[in-house]
Each structure stands twice: as structure tokens, then as C-alpha cells.
Design a protein around this ligand. Sequence first.
Ligand code: PPE
Length: 310
Amino acid sequence: MKPTEKIWFNGSLVAWDDARIHVLSHVVHYGSAVFEGIRCYETPSGPAVFRLAEHSRRLVESAKIYRMPLPFSAAELSAASLEVVRANGLNSCYIRPIALRGYGEIGVNPLKNPVDVYIACWEWGQYLGEEAVNHGVDVCVSSWTRPAPNTHPSLAKAGGNYLNSQLVKMEALADGYAEGIVLDHTGAISEGSGENIFAVRDGKLYTTPLTASILQGITRDSVIRIARDFGYEVVEGAIPREFLYMADELFFTGTAAEVTPIRSVDRIPVGQGDRGPVTARIQKEFFELVNGKAPDRYGWLSPVNVAVNA
Ligand code: PPE
């Protein structure tokens, strides 16, 4: 990671190196943080943040699920995200707001610890490698499963959830795959370690439901809207594992992963073993929208350099 100049901390900008926490902060011991991942893209009219309002809203909701009083509203967090990108003079970057239970008491009960909010940004390229976007990634089905819905709530984007994701990712890498697909507690498909998943079969799109221990991805939502506007039927419902081996096409969606084709699962080729035509069409439209090359017909871009109502 290449450091930038400033990090936003509880309402003001501090130097990158000064955004530090104490080792006895609650979050270090108990995973008590909620966070976001947002992308800012370079467009012909300057840098613009993709679906900022939806990300800020999800952060507020993640905090609410964990009874974490956030000292900032969604609108304030959006304004702060734009401020930190502006302060660092970046044209495109990844933005990481995080609210954590800080230093004060030790013990599981987080309620007496302060809630501190930071927003950092830095340049972040292709999440799953350069080749991935054009030709797809080789993935496996993980031997790990996602926590059941009544264990760790998946709709909260909480730090602790990513211990499970780390197990999935490390196992996949150790076995020579770029990523792992995790099943939910019923054995149905959930998602990737840090991405939602879509299947295409006979020209119809399928994606897993909110009850399958997924994060409700904002890229997932964007792709559903793009696909429906193209006239594709999109089905949200439980998908059995073997559908991975029957699908014509598979792809991941996520802020970091954007739209990444999957070319094999467990060494079984998906379709022709390369990016499929429906994936390519949706991916092209997605990149044109985020890069400001297509008109912003959904109102998804917040320009960094002018006042916005994000
Ligand atoms: N599922 C999980 C578990 C997940 O972490 C992400 C985002 C998604 C789905 C897709 O959600 P969205 O970004 O709203 O479309 N993962 C973030 C963290 C990646 C990381 O390694 O850190 C991301 O893509 O920013």
C-alpha cells in the first residue's frame, strides 16, 4: 500500500502516520469495527465516487446492528469521504471508512469504549490480478462455510466477519486458486471471501439471496439494475453448489473486485473457460458507467471537486 498524505479522523484531517490506535483498543482484541470500501474513479469531468450515499448508509446500518453510536450521519460521512479524497489530490482511489471501538475499558462489553471514525484513501488497482478482468480467475469451493445467519450477521460489514473470509482466502491461495467460493450453513452458495457471485445460464442471471449469509453488495445491486435494464431476467434465490459446474458463465462483483469473470471452479472450466458474452456485456457497461464514459443515468457518481448532495 502506498501511503497518502492525510486520513480523516473524527472530523479533522491528520497526517497518515498519526492515524494510530492503542494496542489495548477494544477492536484489536474483539474485532469490533464496522467499515466500508468505496471506489473513486477518474472520469472526464474529474474524480467521482461511486455510490457514495449507499456506502455511507450501509456503514450507519452496520453500526446500528452492533449498537455502536456513530457520532456522524450518513451525509456527514459522505462529505468527509469526498474531503479526504480532495485533501490527498487523488484522481482515482479506494476509500476505507472505519468506525471502531477504541481505547478505554478491556473486556467483551464494548459499550463503555469510545467509537472512533477514520476515513483513509489510497490507490488500489486490480483486486484479483491484471489478467482477471479480461480472462477470469480460477477458484475453488472452500472447505470453510459462512457463519449461519444467527451467528455473525452478514449484512453488517463488521471487522470480525473477515476472520472467516481470511480462512477462505488463505486456503484458496495455498491450493493455487485466486479465490474461494464459500457455501452457507445449508450447503447453498453464499459468496466469495470478499465478493458476491452471479451465475448465467440460458441467458438468465442468478445470484444468491440475503439469507445466504452474504454481504448485500452495492456492486451486486448495480449489476442487477444494469442487467434488468438490458432485459435480462435476474433471479435472487438459493443456488446449489453444483450449479457452479452447470453454469454457462460465472462472475464476482465487489467494490475491490469490480466485475471479475470466473473461468474455472475446482479445475472444472466454466463454459469455454474464458470470460463469457453476458459477463463481458455487463462488465463493459459497468466500467463505462463508473468511468463516466456513459451518461450517469442512475445518479451513481458523486463528483469530488464540487459540492454534492451525496
Ligand atoms: N461480500 C463480501 C464478504 C465483501 O467483503 C464484499 C466487499 C462484497 C461482498 C461486495 O460488496 P460491495 O463492495 O458493496 O459490492 N468487499 C470489500 C473488501 C475487500 C477487501 O479485501 O478489503 C470491497 O470490495 O471493498
